[in-house]
Write a protein that binds this ligand. Structure first.
Ligand code: ZN
Length: 485
């Protein structure tokens, strides 16, 4: 790895008034990209308490109580705590944001939730806890009053009332969400990230222009467009790769995102062979419709990013790219027929993959694709067949932290003692870096100054250190977005 400033002997003359930064022998790499993010969802999730480790209602209440004790409830100063944060207020005095927790599993608790238990630890702050399966919300009296719902002594809402309250909890003022997005962007920069592709399912351009004019400057953003907004995007002169005016170079129009199947865990990923329950999953857009959409994208200057998880969906996507005569990306590519690996490279279709999902979903894959998991999350096979890989997180599904993704891609294991899963599909460290830096891989003279400065050598540190790589500084176009003091 090279240093930003070469050794004195071969350094070019440094113009006067140039700030010279001594990196103390640290390592530098090109700035990292997360190629698949849902940024608003990630910012919301990052500001919700994680209750997945609570082994009882009493333990969950204790977690809530200690969060409330540790946070200033009027919000303006609430710190972002990187994944387990607490909802903060809007900044107006007395305007206390509802505290939201997620992920509790009351089905395995030895005791029962109750209104009194939660009231006893929340000091009157509205608090709502959403269960792991989303079908239940446990709330306190202050939250029941704020949202106008009636709860019994158990403090629980179930099914439709729970869904309705969950939707209400997600409706927040732009100013609140924008502040959280800014904090999430800062947290990403602290992990060496310089850019994201945002696939939030909305009209993204205006939200990002608003955030940038409000001071967001931590990342470059490529904002995806969905088919329901394609007419509007074309009418407004947008196309993939266009730098959006007024964004100071931070915002670019991203790909056209098209979903054509579901997911592995819901058994809706569209597959050639049946699931154990007999279904093949769902193709949610017909092949003629997909072809028409890709032809339209080609004519309008949009690069398609087709969500395809099952092997049949990947086949359909590749057929459509081929027939439409357009290159692009497949998002996820979790399960691919062997005969399709080489088509990615031949058709110029990038495999936009989320390696952390391989480890999250290894049991689900073994259960649903038995005997065929040698071609699930097939990073090595895709690369060997000539595909370009682009690594991402699909945050909030996994953490917006490329080191988590690169660690999963290279070790195919967590530090949980389970050992690697299909280690033959692992990437090398250099391959993972290349797939996380838009093909740059390493710094070269003349590159844009999008740079991450690391405390360890990413090619040689042990796996555990690589997964949690300390990032000393990040620069975006020569400007420090993290560290550099
Ligand atoms: Zn996604």
């Amino acid at each position: 790895m090279s240093a930003i400033i070469p050794s004195r002997q071969d350094a070019p003359a440094v113009p006067a008034a140039t700030r010279v930064v001594d990196l103390d022998g640290r390592y530098v790499i090109p700035g990292l990209w997360d190629e698949h993010v849902h940024m608003t969802q990630w910012a919301l999730a990052s500001n919700r308490m994680d209750l997945s480790d609570a082994g009882s209602a009493r333990e969950a209440a204790a977690v809530v109580g200690s969060h409330i004790a540790g946070s200033r409830v009027t919000g303006a100063g609430d710190g972002f705590t990187g994944g387990t944060g607490v909802s903060s207020g809007t900044g107006a005095p007395g305007d206390v944001q509802t505290l939201v927790g997620v992920g509790f599993r009351d089905a395995v608790w030895p005791d029962l939730p109750s209104l009194g238990l939660l009231d006893g630890v929340t000091r009157g702050r509205p608090t709502a806890l959403i269960s792991h399966d989303l079908h239940c919300v446990w709330l306190n009296s202050a939250a029941a009053q704020r949202y106008g719902v009636r709860v019994d002594a158990d403090g629980l809402l179930r099914e439709d009332p729970a869904f309705a309250l969950t939707r209400a909890l997600g409706r927040l003022p732009d100013a609140v969400v924008d502040k959280w997005v800014q904090q999430a962007g800062q947290a990403a920069a602290a992990r060496g990230v310089v850019g994201i592709v945002d696939f939030e399912m909305t009209w993204n351009r205006d939200a990002w222009l608003r955030r940038i004019s409000g001071g967001f400057a931590a990342l470059k953003v490529e904002a995806g467009v969905y088919p329901q907004d394609l007419d509007r995007a074309v009418a407004e002169g947008l196309r993939t790769g266009l730098a959006v005016a007024g964004s100071g170079g931070l915002l670019t129009v991203g790909p056209l995102k098209v979903l054509i199947d579901g997911s592995l865990n819901t058994r809706t990923a569209y597959c050639v062979d049946p699931y154990p329950n007999g279904g093949h999953g769902l193709l949610t857009v017909s092949e003629p419709e997909l072809l028409a959409l890709l032809v339209r994208a080609r004519q309008a200057g949009f690069v398609p990013a087709v969500h395809a998880i099952g092997d049949a969906a990947n086949r359909v996507a590749l057929d459509a790219f081929e027939a439409a005569g357009i290159a692009g990306r497949v998002e996820h590519a979790q399960f691919v027929r062997s005969e399709d690996f080489a088509r990615f490279g031949r058709l110029g279709v990038t495999a936009s993959v989320q390696p952390a999902h391989a480890l999250d979903d290894r049991d689900a894959a073994e259960a649903n694709w038995p005997g065929r998991t040698d071609r699930s999350f097939p990073l090595r096979s895709l690369l060997a067949a000539g595909a370009a890989l682009a690594l991402g997180s699909d945050a909030p599904v996994s953490l917006l932290d490329p080191w988590t993704a690169m660690s999963a891609a290279t070790a195919r294991a967590r530090q949980d003692g389970r050992g690697p899963w299909h280690a033959e599909q692992a990437l090398t460290r250099q391959e993972a870096l290349t797939a996380s830096t838009r093909g740059r891989g390493r710094l070269r003279a003349g590159d844009p100054a999008d740079i991450a400065v690391l405390d360890g050598d990413p090619l040689t540190v042990p796996d555990a250190e690589f997964a949690a790589m300390p990032v000393a500084a990040t620069l975006l176009a020569g400007r420090f977005t993290h560290g550099g003091q």
